[in-house]
Design a protein around this ligand. Structure first.
Ligand code: NAD
Length: 358
């Protein structure tokens, strides 16, 4: 049996590929185009010799490549994570988000449907297409609003969220119209090892470790709910195994923090681990900067229904997970340094040549 993972070289995808290989017997095919977001080394080089793992370098918007990959590997499930995923990039250049997240998802759904139609009845009944989405499709909560549920109305507000919302609608339409056994998952912000250095937590860890200024949007009072990436990977594998076609599953960490509180905590964790900076505690590096346009105030998911139906709940406390994440970035400079050296983070105030202090 084979599981097809799209985007398996990215942050969540690599955690998922490693989880599937460690906990199951099935072959894992990773369909990933290797965009800038696929940091080399996120999957161990030893996988090249693993007969249960195959990498197919292809674009999810390339229908011919998809037809070949489905015909070659005949997966029993698809876990679809490939996407453009960075909100700030979507504001600067939305086209790639529509091409991959919307058009790419539609082409992948079509390829999966053609494959599913050719399966015998028991294969059709067991097949699952798990479309991996975000809580950002539901818009923005005020501080005292109840958390989002699967029944929350769609109110996307950034180009990224709008492209993911469009993809969610397409995925559900392929279930209702054509019968493809689709599951949609909506998850809160993930954190953990191997997240691209342009994202908030790695960016702040690397900058704070080096003593660089830490820009925080607005007053830092935007609230996010943080889930450890390995808890998300475990939930996605469960959804592919036990999820009911047509259902939506919500994943979240039950760990809401303001951006300011999160960055302050990272500073304290680094102060405990590295030499103090000449100017004192790393919290002193925090600088409030002009807010992101259309910045959503708060996201949080109510996962109680998913706990009831799948038996899933977050296992990692944010406090211990964050400390482990800080340790991972301090130990894996070889993983993130090439990204920084490439100049990819220059515009984020993390210049090539940045070194850990202490
Ligand atoms: P990521 O940017 O780290 O990785 C995306 C991967 O997809 C990369 O390996 C990239 O090479 C690949 N990819 C991009 N475009 C492609 C294309 N056209 N064809 C084939 N491969 C392509 O993203 P991530 O943070 O791991 O997110 C994975 C999924 O989870 C996304 O769908 C995202 O919307 C969703 N999600 C992310 C979070 C989060 O906090 N990171 C939270 C909820 C949901």
């Amino acid at each position: 049996m084979t599981i097809l993972v799209t985007g398996g070289s990215g942050f969540i995808g690599s955690a998922l590929v490693l989880h599937l290989l460690a906990t199951g017997e099935e072959r894992v095919v990773n369909l990933d185009r290797l965009t800038y977001a696929a940091v080399p080394g996120s999957l161990p080089a030893s996988l090249a010799d693993d007969p249960r793992y195959v990498h197919e370098r292809a674009d999810i918007a390339d229908s011919e490549a998809l037809a070949r990959i489905f015909a070659t590997h005949r997966p029993r499930a698809v876990l679809h994570l490939a996407a453009e995923s960075h909100v700030d990039r979507s504001i600067d250049g939305p086209t790639a988000f529509v091409e991959t997240n919307v058009v790419g998802t539609q082409r992948l759904l079509d390829a999966a449907l053609a494959h599913w139609r050719g399966l015998p009845p028991d294969g059709q009944a067991a097949f699952r297409f798990v479309h991996v989405s975000t809580d950002e499709v539901f818009g923005s909560l005020e501080p005292d609003d109840p958390r989002f549920t699967a029944a929350s109305p769609y109110r996307p507000r950034s180009p990224y969220a709008a492209s993911k919302a469009a993809a969610d609608h397409l995925a559900r339409a392929w279930h209702h119209t054509y019968g493809l056994p689709v599951i949609v998952t909506n998850c809160t912000n993930n954190y953990g090892p191997r997240q691209h250095p342009e994202k908030l937590i790695p960016l702040m860890i690397i900058k704070a470790s080096a003593g660089l200024p830490l820009p925080v949007y607005g007053r830092g009072d935007n609230v996010r709910d943080w889930l450890h990436v390995e808890d998300h990977a475990r939930g996605l594998a469960l959804a592919a195994r036990r999820g009911v076609a047509g259902e939506t599953y919500c994943f979240g960490g039950d760990a809401e923090r303001s951006n300011l509180a999160l960055v302050e905590r990272l500073c304290d964790l680094l102060d405990d681990r590295l030499q103090r900076l000449p100017d004192g505690a790393r919290r002193g590096l925090i600088r409030f900067v002009a807010d992101r346009p259309g910045h959503d105030r708060r996201y949080a998911m109510d996962v109680s229904e998913t706990t009831r139906s799948l038996g899933w709940r977050p296992a990692r406390e944010l406090e211990t997970g964050l400390a482990a994440t800080v340790d991972w970035y301090l130990r894996h400079e070889d993983w993130w340094r090439p990204v920084v050296e490439s100049g990819a983070t220059d515009r984020l105030g993390l210049p090539a040549g940045t070194r850990l202090a202490g």
